[in-house]
Design a protein around this ligand. Structure first.
Ligand code: ADP
Ligand code: ZN
Length: 517
């Protein structure tokens, strides 16, 4: 065929120029070499295999776990005049036979298939007759148990290089740290492959972390500022999406919830409404957004802490794909860490896997608690060197200052000591602030010498400082005793004046510098 890659980009996709790395990747694949492509969501991974597929002889087999998206991707290709098809369980067996026939007679340039389908029946045998000239493995981090979305059926893909050593493989992913990357290459059997890492920086996304108290209130304020703009609120649980939606609706916002427990008609309806701008606010679990190609999502809020940085990054990456300024907010409280830790502890994962999940959670926590530029933390997670602060995160806009908080720590710790280590966050704050509420009075806590010693600080300040005390290890928490606080040897050093404590000064929301427009 006489068409070159620039012409293909123009003719089939309507674009004039390649984005950084795309041309090099396409050249590598065209030359018949294996490669691994790391590009953020929305970065433009698809053309990296679609253009070689169009130009080269033979069939490109695209392996993807996301059955729900295959149809859209294939339709988009067909609209642009590319012969493409998909094979998955949503097709009748007659339809599947027809696709197999098209592949056999060489009518197809691209065939999308899920790994479980590829290795069921005798599909894999048929591959030999199909003149396959390229394998593209999308979401390739799913092959690694070091990644955050390991899918055992992906492991079978190691058979590709064994049976088709001469067919090049392009593995693609939006999320993989260094260990995962190396493992992807090893599992697929392409250790020598060239790796392309596009920049993960999305400077148009503002990064913000807000204290988790009064989230609904804060969200309402946020939504009023973002009136008429589309966005997504991610919640941990299905139930959470429903309650958050209900309170927003009650406050007059048009919001809809979305989670995997909804009937599929309802799900596609909500999704369509969002894509068509009929609904601006979606409250969803992480089930929402996989492959949703909506360029004008202006904000993403995390109501709860995500389980790892990779997921977090993918989720905020759904905002601002068009490159225009977009805002991201993560709500964070110490309870979120505890909930996540509990989920890991109670899961049926192996001990080694639990350790990995905890380590990943810890990185997420470091991001949330950062007192240096958050973008630096995010990008260094993806091993990208950064030599300057971004100016577009809440830390850059509101530089943190530390102060001697030994007295604050002593007040909190003596509150814990006086209540015989039986109280959790809410009660401790009530005691320190001297609130005479029912629970406090019931236990006679208003008679304690510590009662009211912290009335000079607001509740939200106490919550923030107590979280910091927990994080800095000068007190403990017993998950199995209703999350009551406990003293440890470091607590005693602080209480007896043998150890100083520094904390990061709390900046109330109203005093935080908002984005400079
Ligand atoms: P990914 O798979 O990396 O998440 P896609 O391949 O879906 O991203 O591409 C994201 C968007 O960018 C798509 O709308 C795609 O058409 C567009 N795109 C890809 N390459 C280019 C390019 N060279 N110029 C302009 N837009 C592009
Ligand atoms: Zn910054």
């Amino acid at each position: 065929m006489s068409i070159n890659k620039e012409q293909a980009l123009k003719q089939y996709f309507g674009y004039d120029s390649f984005r950084p790395q795309q041309a090099e990747i396409i050249d590598t694949v065209m030359a018949g070499n294996d490669c691994l492509v790391l590009m953020p969501t929305g970065g433009g991974k698809s053309v990296c295999f679609q253009i070689p597929a169009i130009i080269r002889e033979g069939l490109t087999v695209v392996i993807s776990p996301l059955i729900a998206l295959m149809k859209d991707q294939v339709e988009a290709l067909r609209v642009n005049g590319v012969n493409a098809a998909f094979l998955n369980s949503s097709l009748s067996s007659a339809e599947q036979d027809q696709v197999m026939w098209q592949a056999k007679v060489g009518e197809l340039k691209l065939l999308y298939i899920a790994p479980e389908r590829l290795f069921s029946g005798n599909t894999f045998e048929f591959l030999r007759e199909w003149n396959v000239s390229l394998f593209a493995i999308d979401e390739s981090h799913c092959i690694s148990s070091w990644g955050h979305d390991f899918r055992p059926e992906y492991r079978q893909l190691s058979a590709l290089k064994k049976y088709f050593p001469e067919v090049p493989v392009i593995a693609l992913t939006a999320t993989a740290d260094r260990v995962t990357r190396r493992d992807i290459l090893k599992q697929i059997g392409i250790e020598e492959a060239q790796t392309f890492v596009a920049s993960f920086d999305r400077p148009n996304l503002s990064l913000n972390v807000l204290p988790g108290r009064g989230r609904i209130q804060q969200i309402q304020t946020f939504l009023k500022k973002h009136n008429g703009q589309a966005g997504i609120i991610y919640c941990l649980s299905r139930k959470g999406t429903e309650t958050v939606t209900a309170s927003l609706q009650k406050a007059g916002f048009e919001a809809e919830f979305y989670h995997a427990g909804l009937p599929s008609e309802k799900r596609s309806k909500v999704q369509d409404q969002f894509l068509r701008d009929d609904i601006q606010i979606i409250v969803a679990t992480v089930a929402f957004g996989m492959g949703i190609d909506k360029s004008n999502v202006r904000w993403v809020i995390h109501y709860n802490l995500p389980s790892n940085v990779e997921s977090f990054y993918q989720e905020i990456g759904r905002a601002g794909r068009d490159g225009s300024p977009s805002d991201t907010v993560l709500f964070y409280s110490y309870m979120d860490i505890i909930t996540r830790q509990d989920m890991i502890a109670n899961s049926d994962q192996s001990e080694a896997q639990k350790e990995l999940l905890n380590a990943k959670l810890n990185r997420m926590k470091q991001y949330a608690e950062a007192d240096i530029c958050r973008r630096r933390i995010l990008l260094s997670y993806f091993n990208e060197a950064v030599d300057h602060d971004c100016g577009n995160c809440d830390v850059c806009r509101n530089p943190r200052s530390r102060f001697d908080a030994t007295v604050i720590a002593q007040k909190a710790l003596s509150g814990i000591a006086r209540t015989k280590e039986k109280v959790a966050m809410g009660m401790l704050i009530d005691i320190l602030r001297g609130s005479r509420n029912k629970n406090v009075l019931q236990y006679g806590y208003d008679k304690l010498p510590t009662f009211g010693v912290g009335h000079d600080l607001r509740g939200e300040e106490w919550a923030e400082y107590i979280s910091q005390l927990l994080n800095s290890g000068v007190m403990d928490i017993a998950y199995d005793e209703a999350h009551s606080f406990k003293l440890n040897p470091a607590s005693n050093q602080v209480l007896y004046g043998k150890r100083k404590v520094e904390l990061v000064r709390f900046i109330p929301l109203s005093e935080r510098k908002a984005k400079e427009e």
